[in-house]
Ligand binder design. Sequence first.
Ligand code: SAM
Length: 252
Amino acid sequence: MTTKSTVPERVQKRPSVYSVRQELPHTRPYELYYAEKVPLLQVFEKAALAWDNRSRSGILRNLARLVGIGKPMQAAECGVYRGHSLVACLRIARDLHVPVDFIGLDSFAGLPSLVEEDLKVAPENAPYRKKVLFDDTSFEAVDKLVRSAGFAKNAKLVRGFFVETLSKLQAARYDFVNIDCDLYAPHIECLEYFYPKMNIGGIIFFDDYHSHDFPMAKSAIDKFLEDKPETLLHLRFGPEGTNHTKCYIEKM
Ligand SMILES: C[S@@+](CC[C@H](N)C(=O)[O-])C[C@H]1O[C@@H](n2cnc3c(N)ncnc32)[C@H](O)[C@@H]1O
């Protein structure tokens, strides 16, 4: 008996989820093919709606939507790569009429060097033991993507390794941060920077906590949260699969 594929025909022959993110549907119904990315979209939507409820109500909300007044939601992504998850989140904010200032941070030159904590837990055959991953992108290409999607005013890309760039960001309080940077040290750097700057109820999303390829993400997140009051909330879209389960915290 043959089972009907849930993968739409137009993407069936594509090699990996990374190459099709530009087509990522940012509204329901989500396609099972994108299971790895759906939790991010759902959690970003939750954060945007929570921001809307916290910041505006009644007539003020409608007026703010009409004339675009008020302080925007503050968001950041640590690990932009080719910009597809960034643009998908920006589209959700646009659909919800939530004004957003989104900072996208990346080296745009791939992952940094591994540290001891990475080498301790990285699978023996992990490709990143031998070569730099995610260097097949560029600041210019992502900037073009963001502009062509109509988000020049909502998104600011920051190029460089987090150790250099985070401390130079303008002071701000954040409502949503997506940490998608795979390795141990970048997780710690981003958490040390953003955690104290989160608004109460703001969300930090972790793309790699359950990753089999990058188990050092879990080591870093567990280490950082050891003495914090927040609990990790886990979610999955569709059946269990490699990297389908994601998690996040809501700042207390
Ligand atoms: C898995 S990719 C991000 C994918 C992207 N969020 C998406 O879903 O389309 C991880 C990214 O993190 C970036 N990265 C990891 N550590 C970094 C660091 N310390 N500084 C800057 N960028 C870093 C890499 O350059 C890479 O582009």
